[in-house]
Design a protein. Structure first.
Length: 399
């Protein structure tokens, strides 16, 4: 979306941290980085572009074309340019006037000034080759509508991925889990089966609390680990009460109740085809509800999970086979979409808020204000990530 909007995408990275590999294709450098924690799209002119500044005194090597215009600027000691001109920088402008000047070959008696090509390459200190970012291809140069679409594109694709994965999951598991109170009983190690519950039964309430759908049923069961409960069951048009004691299991540092039941499956072809949309909608409502309860109720770090929790949960999902992995992938993709839409500076939601403010004011927020707000947002997110990661380590590995 950025490229279609005329914005220069300087780098597309898979992973974070130190660079392992890079390949430049057209105007974009594709990199693989050491830490497998997401990735990023580095767009020209964004606050988090991270462009290395060529300060006065920086030693570089220049490569010129036949017209004497700079086509490559090397700032790295790891690379050398064929027939490169050594230059100690005294000044540059790679956004507007496109020039670089300095002392050539250490001769401080004469300052040489060179024009820089619009599409020149700069080799950063770690050896990564990137195209320079003139003003006309920077993020802010694009029309507001296209910038908003670009900011929303990542979130949109997370939703698309979830829809595709849930559709595949519907066919893989032979049906779609329905969010009703109609249940299937697991064939073994099931408290519900031992108490007399059968597949196809509807659980109408637990301890008098109505359970109109699976989400409400799961909350009531999970909130009573090791405690006897009374379930009202509907079978063949008749209601009956059954008592049982949910087993107490520990997940993510919390004790939850389990009775050995699963959601019933709708095996129709229509349900499978539409499952991507229905399951995405159902899970989106669940996640939004969880976020609201965190904001309106008692917040705990145990309600959040970082890279450590993702690793631990991935291991659990893998033990459930392909269905478990697909389900977790879709759930994780939706989490990313919804979290990124939260209006916190540094996230896509924060960027969209700045876009809306710009639309209302009829002029963009100043670069200084946007930079300060974004840095505050990043600082908040980094502190939160550190706290969440340490909490995850304690939950999953130190208990």
């Amino acid at each position: 979306m950025a490229k279609r909007s005329g914005i220069l995408v300087r780098e597309f990275s898979v992973g974070m941290g130190p660079k392992v590999f890079f390949h430049r294709s057209g105007s974009t450098t594709f990199t693989l980085r050491l830490l497998p924690l997401g990735g990023y799209v580095r767009m020209a002119g964004e606050v988090d572009d991270g462009e290395e500044e060529l300060k006065p005194g920086t030693p570089v090597t220049l490569q010129l074309n036949d017209q004497g215009v700079v086509t490559r600027i090397n700032t790295s000691n790891k690379h050398s340019l064929f027939q490169g001109i050594p230059l100690t920088v005294t000044g540059t402008d790679l956004a507007h006037d496109l020039y670089i000047k300095g002392y050539e070959n250490g001769d401080e008696s004469d300052v040489k000034k060179y024009s820089v090509d619009h599409d020149a390459i700069i080799i950063e200190s770690d050896g990564t080759e990137l195209q320079i970012a003139p003003e006309d291809v920077q993020f802010q140069a694009a029309p507001l509508g296209k910038r908003m679409l670009t900011n929303f594109a990542g979130v949109f694709n997370n939703f698309i991925l979830a829809i595709l994965v849930y559709t595949i999951l519907g066919f893989v598991q032979g049906g779609v889990q329905s969010n009703t109170n109609k249940i299937n009983v697991m064939p073994s190690d099931s408290v519900a089966r031992q108490a007399g519950v059968k597949s196809g039964d509807r659980i109408l309430s637990i301890n008098g609390h109505k359970t109109a759908d699976w989400d409400q049923l799961a909350v009531q069961i999970q909130s009573n680990p090791g405690k006897k409960v009374t379930a009202e069951i509907s079978r063949d048009g008749q209601n009956k009460s059954i008592q049982m004691t949910p087993k107490s299991n520990t997940q993510g540092g919390k004790k939850i109740g389990m009775i050995g039941i699963t959601q019933s499956l709708d095996t129709s072809f229509k349900a499978k085809v539409l499952s991507g949309f229905t399951q995405t909608w159902t899970m989106t409502k669940t996640l939004l509800g969880a976020l609201w309860s965190m904001v309106s109720g008692h917040f705990s770090l145990n309600d959040l999970g970082g890279p450590v929790a993702i690793f631990a949960t991935t291991s659990q999902a893998a033990s459930l086979g392909i269905s478990g992995v697909l389900n977790f992938l879709a759930w994780l993709s939706l989490n990313l979409a919804i979290i990124n839409l939260i209006p916190i500076p540094g996230l896509d939601g924060g960027k969209l808020v700045l876009n809306i403010i710009e639309a209302i004011r009829k002029k963009p927020v100043s670069q200084r204000t946007e930079t300060v707000v974004t840095l505050i947002g990043f600082a908040f997110l980094m502190i939160l990530m550190i706290l969440v990661t340490w909490n995850d380590i304690e939950r999953y590995f130190l208990h």
